[in-house]
Design a protein around this ligand. Structure first.
Ligand SMILES: *Cc1c(COP(=O)(O)O)cnc(C)c1O
Length: 366
């Protein structure tokens, strides 16, 4: 019988350090063992014991009644938008929200909703921003020509904002305004685990302000596939209908749910290591010529910095030629995210690669 290599990390091309995203994380041997042994059933019939176990445990971690396991964070968010709204409704969210920017136009295509963009700073907007967008409450019934605003979405940590954490006070203030005005609230908590590890504030403490919460297992937690949408029993019942409608009904999903369950149980605390690596990387390149690096802005596992000496895509190509992959975004943005398969030695190597490329670029331009 052909056996898997001892370490799956080692079986990857050793020379490439891939920091494009924490979605590039690889399941470890222990996780793969748990997956191989998972009891399974037909999840569309509600028969998969591993999926059920995962849903029960994640609901417990978030302090909600129920949860549904879905193939991706995108599907989880889009099901939430669909479940909370009707076509023609507006959704309030940050101008850089993943739901708006990075989900292939889903909120328009799948739910027929309109975005009302809030002017967040690194993804964090204020209660006043929400108030200004909702306008003054009317003593009269809503005029029939007004677009109904039904849902407020927050993202914590904020991906576009460089892993920025919302404080409990900020969350409470913004969601209070929405709730007072009859809106539902959704949290895109793809990296809520990172916020909790960084602050020591439990996931359920963050979750209490929302009608629904989406969390990802496939980012820093290292599971190969899946997210969970969490909320009240009634909300999840309706969400399950849209999961199926969006083509997310998967059969013996316990195989992948076992990876997610392993991640939920074993891989949350170690995210602190990724946070330290992101900080270390930022500190190692802060004084490179042609880079603008805000070390203090690194709160979790995401490092975003700017390149001023050449286009970001060109810079990323030069790093790639030396064995380091990062994600260019916009004209001058670069994103790098460490995760569980990335070692301290690889972070040091990444620093050396960035230092050598910026030095060479600087010398050529001098
Ligand atoms: C990655 C991500 C998602 C979507 O997750 P996928 O599983 O890649 O679809 C949603 N929200 C945020 C903030 C993310 O970073």
């Amino acid at each position: 019988m052909k056996r898997a290599p001892e370490s799956w990390q080692d079986s990857k091309v050793a020379s490439i350090i891939d920091l494009r995203s924490d979605t590039c994380s690889q399941p470890t041997d222990a996780m793969r063992d748990a997956m191989a042994r998972a009891p399974v059933g037909d999840d569309v019939y509600g028969d998969d014991p591993t999926v059920k176990q995962l849903e029960a445990e994640v609901a417990d971690v978030l302090g909600v009644e129920d949860a549904v396991y879905v193939p991706s964070g995108t599907m989880s968010n889009q099901i939430a938008v669909r479940t909370h709204t009707e076509p023609g409704d507006a959704v309030l969210l940050d101008q850089g929200a993943h739901i708006y920017m990075n989900e292939a136009g889903g909120m328009a295509a799948l739910s027929g909703t309109l975005p009302r963009l809030l002017p967040g700073v690194r993804g964090v907007f204020t209660a006043d921003d929400v108030r200004a967008t909702l306008g003054v409450p009317s003593r009269y019934p809503l005029s029939t020509n007004a677009t109904p605003m039904k849902l407020l979405c927050l993202e914590n940590t904020h991906n576009g904002g460089g892993g920025k954490i919302w404080s409990i006070e900020q969350i409470k203030a913004a969601t209070d305004v929405a709730r007072e005005r009859g809106l539902k609230t959704h949290l895109d908590g793809a990296r809520l685990w990172n916020a909790s590890v960084a602050t020591g504030v439990a996931e359920k403490t963050y979750a209490q302000f929302f009608d629904s919460i989406s969390v990802c297992f496939s980012k820093g937690l290292g599971a190969p596939v899946g997210s969970a949408l969490c909320g009240s029993r009634e909300f999840i019942k309706r969400a399950r209908r849209f999961k199926q409608q969006f083509g997310g009904g998967f059969r013996q999903a316990g195989i992948i749910a076992a990876g997610a369950l392993y991640a939920l149980r074993c891989n949350r605390a170690r995210l602190a290591e990724d946070h330290a690596h992101a900080k270390m990387l930022a500190e190692g390149i802060r004084d490179c010529p042609g880079l603008v690096v805000d070390v203090a802005a690194v709160e979790t596992n995401i490092l975003r910095f700017k390149v001023t000496s050449l286009p970001a895509s060109e810079f990323a190509e030069r790093l790639s030629a030396k064995g380091l992959r990062v994600l260019p975004g916009g004209l001058d943005g670069i994103r790098a995210i460490p995760y569980l398969n990335i070692t301290t030695a690889q972070i040091q190597e990444a620093i050396e690669i960035i230092r050598s490329v910026t030095a060479a670029t600087h010398a050529a331009q001098a």
